[in-house]
Design a binder for this molecule. Structure first.
Ligand code: HEM
Length: 359
């Protein structure tokens, strides 16, 4: 995350793109590089299209494999994706060079090298190991990408919040080099802890997550007057909690200020959305986008870093506008989503290089 990102000179051209599909691809490519190093794209430059055709069928085929067989191109996508990871796994696993820190080009993050080592020590098959690695990638893309789409959409539809978001981001962005070798650097940890930015993140999660964590009851119990039998499955009503009017005033509004303590940010519009410590505590207790307990999402910090960095850099470098007549995503219950909401329709947006950033 402390690495610098090469940027090309801004082009004045304007491009029309599908918002969600494009953000999904950005998250996919950056995740591949961050978590698996350079090799995935070297082995298979077209990995995104294979993953994409697999992913689109995965929701239909979640209870059976039928959709992979009636749509041969998805079966092919799945096969090529798994073969890529077979090749990625099937390579010499030399000891981790400590001078590499937590990342190197061959394995990506050290966690993946450690997982590969453990799987080999436990005699897991090659295909078993590639499935483990792909599933890690899948869980990243499935939730982080739609959450990024939702967060960007929420900012694009609230110009005054977008302006504030951009002005905070600019404080943490710097440039080095010049000409074609210019790099952009971003102090992500300090950006993320800004009270308003935390508000944007929590508000996007509150409105955009539709998951319901499932738990099996291990003994007969009584919960708030209800008898629950051993073996029953309980679902955490995340969405109901996130839209509970007694906790969140005007729950359908995207209002990052509701997460900012009264005197924490003097630049918030007066009387709008600032909270007392008691109210903040109630809200935090009712925010469960990542589940809870021992099964809580282990990727929640990665998700935050990846989403906030991508949103901040993109919105810093580009102006994005919805094309006329496009249906703008709003909190919905698209059954395709697993935890983070997918837009029901992927809107077209017009993207152009921003003139204002210090380039
Ligand atoms: C905004 C994005 C994300 C959301 C909303 C999300 C949400 C969730 C939820 C609701 C669960 C179930 C928790 C429970 O049952 O209590 C979960 C589990 C999990 N998530 Fe995420 N997730 C996100 C991103 C990620 C990322 C980026 C990764 C990996 C890098 C990840 C890895 C996992 C794993 C491994 C589990 C299973 C944890 C376990 O059972 O021990 N998630 N996630």
């Amino acid at each position: 995350m402390g690495r610098s990102i090469p940027i090309s000179q801004q082009s004045p051209t304007t491009t029309s793109i599908s918002l969600h599909k494009t953000l999904q691809k950005i998250v996919f490519d950056t995740s591949c590089f961050t978590f698996f190093g350079n090799r995935v794209h070297q082995i298979c430059p077209d990995i995104w299209s294979h993953w994409n055709s697999f992913n689109e069928a995965a929701y239909i085929g979640v209870r059976s494999n039928a959709s992979f067989y009636v749509r041969p191109w998805t079966l092919r996508g799945r096969r090529l994706m798994l073969e890529t990871f077979d090749t990625w796994c099937n390579t010499e696993l030399e000891p981790w060079d400590e001078t590499d820190g937590v990342w190197n080009e061959k394995w990506g993050i050290k966690l993946n090298w450690e997982r590969e080592k453990m799987a080999r020590d436990h005699k897991m098959t090659l295909r078993g190991r590639s499935c483990v690695q792909v599933s890690f990638l899948w869980v990243i893309i499935t939730n982080a990408a739609p959450m990024l789409t939702w967060l960007v959409t929420a900012l694009l539809t609230h110009p005054e919040l977008l302006q504030k978001f951009r002005s905070i981001a600019e404080h943490y962005i710097s440039y080095s080099g010049n000409g074609s070798s210019r790099d952009i650097k971003f102090d992500l940890p300090r950006f993320c802890v800004e009270p308003f930015i935390q508000g944007v993140w929590k508000e996007a999660l509150r409105l955009g997550v539709t998951s319901a964590s499932a738990r099996v009851v291990t003994r007969d119990s009584e919960i708030e007057g209800y008898i629950v039998k051993k073996g029953s499955v309980l679902l955490l009503p995340t969405r109901n909690m996130h839209f509970e009017e007694r906790v969140f005033h005007h729950p359908y509004e995207f209002n990052p200020w509701r997460w900012v303590l009264l005197d924490e940010d003097s630049s918030s519009p007066s009387g709008f959305g600032q909270v007392s410590p008691e109210q903040l505590k109630r809200q935090n207790n009712s925010l469960r986008p990542f589940g809870g307990g021992t099964g809580i999402c282990s990727g929640r910090f990665i998700a935050e870093q990846e989403i906030m960095m991508t949103a901040a850099i993109l919105l810093h470098l580009f102006d994005i506008e919805f094309e006329q007549g496009q249906s703008i995503p709003s909190p919905n219950l698209n059954p395709q989503g697993l935890a983070a909401m997918y837009p029901l329709v992927d809107p077209k947006v017009i993207v152009s290089g921003r003139k204002t950033p210090r380039l």
